[in-house]
Design a protein around this ligand. Structure first.
Ligand code: SAM
Length: 151
């Protein structure tokens, strides 16, 4: 199983990145998990302009990456518990998770994904969302493989 996490963000190698890397390393026993930070001039400019234009740039960036099974993370998405999350990612060859930029997602992009999930009613910073996502991926892989971590 291959799991990609796409995040519109400059990689900074801070403590959040270290925690994310740790969960990915722990997951590697069961799946190949990779985080892809996407940041370029257009995205940098997007952060300084209006919500709508920025969202259009995020959509343009993410659309070509849609392949396999695609899950967007959005505060207003479907709330799932860990077991439902585990079922969602079970038996898939390739899963892509998309974390939005500072202005969130354009509806058009969300409708092109197979699922849109919410991790909480609270809005998190990108990296906090990525920490929670990475931990839930590891937890789900433990559930699927009967590893005691999930108890
Ligand atoms: C700083 S947030 C964007 C906030 C933006 N104003 C919005 O309403 O979407 C950046 C990204 O983190 C992810 N995120 C933050 N909180 C989340 C939550 N509770 N559930 C799912 N994803 C979340 C989403 O992918 C979001 O696009």
């Amino acid at each position: 199983m291959k799991i990609n996490i796409y995040s519109i963000l400059k990689p900074t190698n801070d403590d959040f990145d270290k925690i994310i890397k740790e969960f990915i390393k722990m997951s590697s026993k069961y799946a190949k998990v990779e985080v892809h930070y996407i940041f370029n001039k257009e995205i940098a400019k997007a952060q300084t302009i209006g919500d709508k234009e920025a969202q259009e740039i995020y959509t343009k960036t993410y659309l070509p990456l849609l392949k396999g099974f695609n899950v967007a993370l959005d505060v207003l998405g479907k709330q799932v518990d860990t077991y439902a999350f585990s079922k969602l990612i079970e038996d898939k060859n390739e899963i892509n998770f998309f974390i939005g930029g500072a202005f969130g997602f354009e509806r058009e992009f969300l409708t092109k994904c197979d699922n849109v999930i919410s991790l909480s009613n609270l809005t998190f910073a990108h990296k906090v969302a990525n920490v929670v996502l990475s931990e839930q991926i590891f937890r789900s892989l433990c559930i699927q493989n009967n590893h005691p971590y999930h108890k």
